[in-house]
Design a protein around this ligand. Structure first.
Ligand code: PLP
Length: 439
């Protein structure tokens, strides 16, 4: 027998299960709404500036020696400048501890481990809903978390009052995880005025903001505008953490390039914080990979390439908006149910949530609770509950199955659509599928 006989299977990852099912589907009309990468008319997309930077790197004939634990110095410099603005006093005063990380995921995980090691009693607060990996990362780092309301699935708007109330109710000194822009999965970001009010509450409660900036440039099409929230909080004099990813905005998904930035109140503290981050890196992977860091350093650090990148990012953002417009128009002209689809064009970035009811979003007990609840109601209201059970359990949950089984449209169970994997020519077809499934 094997010495590993007792090893049980890990839980399946719904993303990768979907990938397998999608690839096995032979339909010509299949649509991938779960892909997290931005593609152009279904094709993987490499930015021009990345190709140019790689050509330059090849010409220079750079070596392949190890980087230091905290990564490529040129990368760390430009990544902080991109985020905070090159003239930001926090940079000039040396108050930011910036460390290269294994893309956004690695940056978040490093920060979560830093929180666990240095703030053993701290709690985190994450948005409801959020990118599912946020929970996995905090669980893994043993940082307890609760959720704040972010989204009202009925009105399909930001639940700003709920958000403020929940941030206010959290224990003093909590780490509040905020999506810097292009919220995943709702596409709903606070306005500048609302960001100001969020900063007020965070200051009042002595919380520590922890930004996840995975889509800088994808919301507005402008890299500076999308850093608005982070820069506002810095301007307020707050100490904060920011995880960055170049997966999406430079299309460097597989290069695993990102950073964690910790803004401190003094340069002495920043040095100590950085040394802690290095000691988290040392036993994990010693030092990060070179290639993606060099690409970013070449693009952001070179004025001509940087300008070209800004134009490419704007183009991506414009194309995402035109996909939203096309889908909205296709749905509005075909759907006679009177449902308002305008939320699709009001959202930012790559994601949109569709067809979820409130219970599915904010019910902390999951679908088992929903079923138990529906059954309990049936004891008293047999006829009504019969409909409720059918509707709530079978109809709602089968919407996404209908999309998949009848229309070959693949999406994750929380009803999130990623427009990154959609082509303009598929919008009409997708509108038919949505109309048929989410009536
Ligand atoms: N944060 C959010 C909100 C995301 O949506 C993602 C990717 O989907 C990430 C972070 C991290 O992505 P990566 O590790 O590829 O940079």
């Amino acid at each position: 027998g094997s010495r590993f006989e007792g090893v049980t299977s890990g839980p399946p990852d719904p993303y990768y299960e979907l990938l397998e099912a999608f690839e096995a589907d032979t339909s010509d009309t299949k649509v991938n709404l779960w892909v997290r990468a931005y593609r152009v008319e279904l094709q993987p997309f490499v930015l021009n500036v990345v190709k140019k930077a790689e050509k330059l790197m090849l010409e220079k004939g750079e070596d392949k020696e190890y980087l230091p634990m905290d990564g490529l110095a040129e990368f760390n410099k430009v990544t902080a400048e991109l985020l905070f603005g090159a003239n930001n006093p926090v940079i000039q005063e040396g108050r930011v501890a910036t460390v290269q990380a294994l893309s956004g995921t690695g940056a978040l995980h490093l920060a979560a481990a830093f929180i666990h090691g240095n703030f053993p009693n701290a709690k985190a607060l994450i948005s409801s809903p959020t990118w599912s990996n946020h929970k996995t990362i905090f669980d893994d780092a043993k940082v307890p978390y609760s959720e704040y309301r972010h989204y009202d699935p009925i009105s399909k708007q930001l639940d700003f009052d709920g958000m403020i109330a929940d941030i206010k109710a959290a224990p003093h000194g909590s780490f509040v995880l905020l999506h810097g822009c292009a919220h995943n999965p709702t596409g709903m970001d606070p306005t500048p005025d609302q960001w100001g009010k969020i900063a007020d509450i965070i200051q009042e409660k002595n919380h520590i903001p922890f930004f996840d900036v995975a889509y800088q440039g994808f919301a507005s099409g402008n890299l500076d505008a999308d850093a608005y929230a982070v820069r506002l909080f810095v301007e307020r004099g707050l100490e904060l953490l920011v995880a960055q990813s170049y997966g999406k905005n430079l299309g460097l998904y597989g290069e695993r390039i990102g950073a964690i930035n910790i803004v401190c109140s003094s340069s002495e503290t920043a040095v100590r914080v950085k040394s802690q981050l290095k000691w988290l890196i040392r036993p994990e992977y010693s030092n990060p990979p070179l290639h993606g860091a060099r690409i970013v350093a070449n693009v952001v650090g070179d004025p001509a390439l940087f300008n070209e990148w800004k134009q490419e990012v704007e183009l991506i953002s414009r194309r995402l908006k035109s996909l939203r417009q096309r889908l909205f128009e296709s749905l509005s002209c075909k759907d006679r149910s009177g449902r308002d689809w305008s939320f699709i064009v009001k959202e930012n970035g790559i994601f949109s949530l569709i067809g979820l009811n409130k219970a599915q979003i904010s019910n902390p007990h999951g679908s088992a609770y929903q079923i138990a609840h529906a059954l309990a109601v049936s004891v008293f209201l047999i006829l009504h509950a019969f409909w409720y059970v059918l509707h709530c359990v079978f109809v709602r949950l089968s919407q996404i199955d209908n999309m998949r089984n009848k229309w070959h449209v693949y999406m994750i169970k929380d009803g999130r659509m990623s427009l990154g994997g959609l082509s303009l020519s598929q919008c009409e077809y997708l509108a038919d599928a949505i109309r048929d499934s989410f009536h």
